[in-house]
Design a protein around this ligand. Structure first.
Ligand code: MN
Length: 289
């Protein structure tokens, strides 16, 4: 089963990420910034970290809280160990994915477990609908070989982290936001099409090489927001050279977004409660059972 796209979406806008520091001093390319949260609802943030200089990443992300959304960490290369307040611990390695639902509260650390070499990957923040923001926390690690994958006749290699592509169901499925998250590796000259529900907000981020969507070039380190064209049924991507990219899409929640750092709720009162719960040591406590 292949994804047949008859009316493809065009590129609405090309975005260059912002260099930021986060955690204890990790250099990050923030691809999806706070100003794009409305446009790319239900996605709140996308960070691309990548360096062969240990000083850029070694300090990692020591103990910090989250409430109200999900984090999806996709490790291209390197090793990252996470530990949380429920006693869970896991090691993310090449091609591995950690899907973490913070729900009502998680306190965790995300620390590189290597002293040299390349560390590269992505962290996506996916919002939770209001009704699920205070649900119990959940997480799962997938080794690289546990992420469903397939190749097309064109030699395009696809890993399906969430949703589905060409009939292949991804590692994680979510109701309400129905996210699609795929990693696409294209040989030079190859074409790849992905079906996308008309209402989904969608974007691609090219992290190797250069591709075209319609007549728009999307080079290395660039994000292309795909237009929500009425009647469009997907996107077709052509690699002008050997390329790798991620394609992410989701059903918008259309709910108010109130963010204070690692807490994303619907109202300021809920943010205040999150800060109070964190200060009182209540955040993450319930999950320790
Ligand atoms: Mn975190």
């Amino acid at each position: 089963m292949t994804d047949q796209v008859k009316n493809q979406r065009s590129v609405e806008r090309i975005i260059q990420g912002q260099a930021v520091m986060d955690g204890a001093g990790v250099k990050i390319n923030r691809v999806l910034t706070q100003t794009l949260q409305r446009r790319l609802d239900p996605f709140l943030m996308l960070d691309n970290f990548g360096s062969d200089q240990a000083n850029d990443y070694i300090a990692g992300f020591p103990s910090h809280p989250h409430r109200g959304f999900e984090t999806v960490t996709y490790m291209l290369e390197g090793r990252m160990r996470h530990k949380d307040s429920s006693g869970n611990e896991g090691l993310l390695t090449n091609g591995g994915v950690q899907w973490m639902t913070a729900g009502r509260g998680v306190i965790h650390s995300e620390m590189p477990e290597q002293e040299d070499g390349v560390m590269e990957g992505f962290q996506l923040w996916l919002n939770l609908p209001a009704k699920d923001k205070m649900r119990a926390p959940w997480y799962r690690d997938f080794n690289g070989d546990e992420v469903p994958a397939f190749s097309t006749a064109d030699g395009v290699k696809v890993k399906v982290i969430a949703g589905s592509s060409h009939g292949v169901a991804g590692a994680v499925q979510r109701e309400v936001t129905e996210p699609i998250y795929i990693d696409v590796d294209l040989p030079a000259g190859a074409t790849f099409s992905q079906s996308l529900p008309e209402g989904h907000n969608a974007f691609i981020f090219t992290y190797r090489g250069a591709v075209e969507v319609g007549d728009k070039a999307v080079g290395t380190g660039r994000m292309a927001i795909l237009a929500n064209t009425a009647g469009a049924d997907g996107v077709t991507i052509r690699a002008t050279e050997a390329s790798r990219l991620i394609l992410i899409a989701g059903q918008p929640l259309n709910e108010p977004i109130a963010q204070y750092g690692p807490f994303v709720m619907n109202t300021q009162a809920e943010i205040f409660a999150a800060v109070e719960d964190f200060r009182a040591g209540k955040l993450g406590e319930e999950a320790q059972a």
